[in-house]
Design a protein around this ligand. Structure first.
Ligand code: DX5
Ligand code: ZN
Length: 223
């Protein structure tokens, strides 16, 4: 069964704890935190302080606190995010010349290690690291902002990644998809091979409650 990872990027930060609690009560398996540095991506968001603030809520519910680092030189801040309570830390291949070392660094801190890549970065850049990762995140928008359109070619990338993992008997690796996910495309993204759907605006918007949005997304994902 596919897992849902609400991205707090689209939450109301004046009521962040309440919004995260609502998402957890509605059955979210992950809470996704988008960390942006204003360098690797044009936007600037949150740091370990916010991860630490959300941690008691996720920990009490057994929900995975999933941290997506869109920052240059992530190795400098990985220990801080681990200390703050991240259960999973994902870095971009574009920011890690020593990706193997970075994966070891994350795992040595007792955190699940994830790797991701921009929509135009070839999947083959992951080939040598797949044995070392717990999670691969396929970016289905150019990172930096919520509320963008899903890039259709992403579905083919998800399917190719699934094939690569199967060839290597690495089916346990989670395949997470991030950007433009909603009720209109969740079924085809899952059919392509996703096991975790990140959703920001599809969950946190003014059209319906967080619970209603999450239920609708889960139903859509089930096909
Ligand atoms: C984009 C972020 C995404 C984003 C998804 O850089 O990594 O997690 O919040 O937002 P939506 O679901 O609105 O596309
Ligand atoms: Zn993200």
């Amino acid at each position: 069964m596919v897992k849902i990872a609400p991205s707090i990027l689209s939450a109301d930060f004046s009521r962040l704890g309440d919004q995260v609690s609502q998402a957890i009560a509605a059955g979210a398996e992950y809470i996704h935190v988008d960390v942006m540095d204003g360098h690797f991506v044009p936007n600037l968001t949150v740091g370990p302080l916010v991860v630490e603030a959300v941690k008691p809520l996720t920990a009490a519910a057994g929900v995975t606190l999933d941290v997506h680092l869109m920052i240059e030189k992530p190795e400098r801040l990985i220990p801080d995010f681990a200390r703050a309570g991240a259960d999973s830390i994902t870095v971009h291949v574009e920011t890690c010349p020593h990706l193997n070392r970075t994966m070891q660094q994350i795992k040595a801190l007792g955190v699940q290690a994830g790797v991701t890549l921009n929509p135009a970065t070839p999947l083959v850049t992951l080939e040598e690291i797949l044995d070392e990762v717990d999670l691969v995140l396929i970016m289905s928008v150019n990172p930096g902002f919520g509320g963008q359109e899903y890039i259709p070619a992403s579905s083919r990338r998800i399917a190719r990644l699934r094939e690569l993992l199967a060839e290597r008997s690495l089916q346990h690796v989670e395949v997470e998809v991030d950007g433009g996910v909603g009720v209109h495309n969740a079924a085809q993204i899952v059919a392509a091979g996703a096991t975790i759907l990140v959703a920001g605006t599809a969950i946190f918007n003014s059209q319906a409650s967080i619970a209603a949005n999450l239920t609708a997304l889960r139903a859509a994902a089930a096909g």
